[in-house]
Design a protein around this ligand. Structure first.
Ligand code: CTP
Length: 369
């Protein structure tokens, strides 16, 4: 039998363990491992029941079992509860106006920092108040965000500023562990940091902003042919700054150089791999093929890709080359081939893409799959 001091020490351990498990609900960040299965054994009211079980199973309290006399034989407290890894929930918000592969890449990186990605789509009113009117409506922005394969849950009409009330909602209602944003400063109209509170709470993480694309840049590309018609086409290389207000975006767009050379995007094989599913069709799968330019990826594209995917088991998307688009449409696409490919690859309904697909679907193409 153990001396009384050992019994008291074991009871103390149980008490501490019980208190720790009880605190999990409130300290989600520090305890990503949740105790489950026997929660009723823990907490102050459960101590005696737990102690009685120990006694029964080890003989401490005159019950049956193997008597233990050294610390090496002390019961493993872990057997009283089963440990399970609780999914880490991360939150990223944004306007996601003129959704581009920079947004998609931000959400991809955010997802890699946790298990469940919750995305807050900022309301039209909040965008108007903080940046000026968005180009796309809330409904369109929602379809685009929900269509991305890294997004698990969406909060509609999220605020632009993560104030105390919303921060508490994120922590208590949505069980968010970390709030994530790109590494560019996000300032409110009064000059304060929109993520200041989250940073001070120690629940903020940063991802690298994707170079070479922004909605300002896209507005510039859209406006450039219009501008070409009534200007002397002066090539004015203006640096693109992030977080322009939407009015500034229009102004900046007017100052951008004209034509497809606008793109700053450097396609790398790594980025394409990051966006890919990396799996081909299973043997016997029904492969559906759909092709198009998929320029300025929008809500209509998401809808058609969803419908196409429902027709089979594997969706292959052919994306026309810039040259094919120019020949058929009579003007350059706004986004170039690799940018268009990334936008399509980010869509949850797409399994694979052909980068630079031919206009005509040939017999060879069908047989080679
Ligand atoms: N983001 C990014 N890379 C980009 C553009 C945006 O990583 N090229 C990230 C932002 O840092 C933010 C998220 O995407 O965490 C949502 O951004 P959003 O509020 O929609 O837009 P902006 O940051 O203003 O970017 P843009 O001007 O391109 O809309």
């Amino acid at each position: 039998m153990l001396p009384d001091v050992h019994k008291a020490f074991i009871l103390l351990l149980i008490l501490l363990d019980g208190l720790r498990m009880n605190s999990l609900e409130f300290e989600t960040v520090h305890w990503i491992w949740d105790g489950i299965l026997y929660p009723q054994l823990f907490g102050l009211g459960g101590i005696m029941i737990a102690a009685a079980i120990i006694g029964l199973s080890t003989g401490y309290f005159g019950g049956i079992g193997i008597p233990c006399s050294s610390p090496y034989h002390w019961p493993d407290l872990g057997i009283l509860y089963k440990r399970r890894k609780r999914p880490v929930r991360v939150y990223m918000d944004g306007c996601f106006d003129l959704m581009h592969y920079g947004h998609a890449n931000a959400l991809r990186q955010a997802k890699s920092l946790g298990d469940v990605l919750v995305v807050g789509v900022v309301s039209d009113e909040e965008i108007v108040a903080n940046k000026g009117p968005p180009v796309l409506s809330m409904e369109e922005r929602l379809i685009l965000v929900r269509g991305l394969k890294w997004v698990d849950e969406v909060i509609v009409n999220a605020p632009y500023d993560i104030n105390e009330k919303f921060l508490n909602t994120l922590f208590n209602e949505y069980k968010i562990d970390y709030i994530i944003h790109g590494d560019d400063p996000c300032l409110l109209p009064d000059g304060t940091d929109a993520y200041g509170l989250a940073k001070r709470a120690g629940r903020y993480k940063q991802i690298k902003r994707t170079e070479g694309v922004s909605s300002t840049d896209i507005v510039g590309r859209i406006l450039s042919p219009l501008r070409a018609a009534d200007t002397d086409m002066s090539q004015n290389n203006v640096a693109i700054h992030q977080h322009h207000s939407n009015t500034e975006k229009l102004q900046a767009g007017k100052n951008l150089p004209i034509g497809p050379q606008l793109s700053h995007f450097l396609p790398t094989s790594r980025r394409i791999v990051q966006f890919s599913n990396g799996k081909g069709p299973e043997p016997g799968a029904r492969v559906v093929y759909i092709d198009g330019a998929f320029d300025l990826f929008h809500a209509g594209h998401v809808e058609i890709l969803r419908s196409a995917r429902q027709l089979g088991d594997f969706l292959l998307v052919g994306i026309y080359s810039d040259q094919t688009v120019s020949e058929r449409r009579g003007s350059h696409p706004i986004m170039h081939l690799h940018e268009r490919s990334l936008s399509v690859l980010g869509c949850r309904y797409v399994d694979e893409v052909i980068i630079g697909a031919p206009w005509e679907v040939t017999k060879d193409m069908i047989l080679s799959r």
